[in-house]
Ligand binder design. Structure first.
Ligand SMILES: [Fe+2]
Length: 125
């Protein structure tokens, strides 16, 4: 059984999918069950991945992380997502850009999540 907004990855082809509607079946890609990507909440070591949320005049800025994450071709933040009051917003990033995203949402209870192409899924507590 899946859970809403879980993220799954295919270990063979690299497909990544997010659950938008739950079901009892097993998600399968390339003939194998897809692997649930666990959400991580605590940084370990020098590289920082946990999103940092800042309020701005127009909404919310999310930075990855407390020390800016690399944005190199082989190692970068693929996207940043926020969850607020039943809404989900995502910004896709590219190598060479900044590891941050701005959202026009003034909610006080935003939760942020991001995907590093090497180190997986990270979320604010
Ligand atoms: Fe990383």
């Amino acid at each position: 059984m899946t859970v809403l907004n879980q993220v799954y990855k295919c270990k063979i082809c690299g497909h990544i999918v997010e659950v938008l509607h739950t079901g009892d079946g097993t998600l399968v890609c390339c003939g194998q069950p897809m692997e649930l990507m666990p959400e991580k909440f605590t940084d370990v070591g020098m590289e920082k991945h946990v999103p940092v949320i800042e309020k701005t005049a127009t909404g919310i800025k999310v930075k990855i992380g407390s020390i800016p994450h690399p944005m190199e071709d082989k190692h970068y933040i693929e996207w940043i997502q926020i969850f607020t009051d039943g809404k989900v917003c995502r910004k896709y990033l590219k190598p060479g850009g900044k590891p941050e995203a701005e959202f026009n949402d003034k909610a006080d209870n935003a939760i942020a999540r991001e995907l590093c192409n090497v180190h997986g899924l990270w979320k604010t507590q």
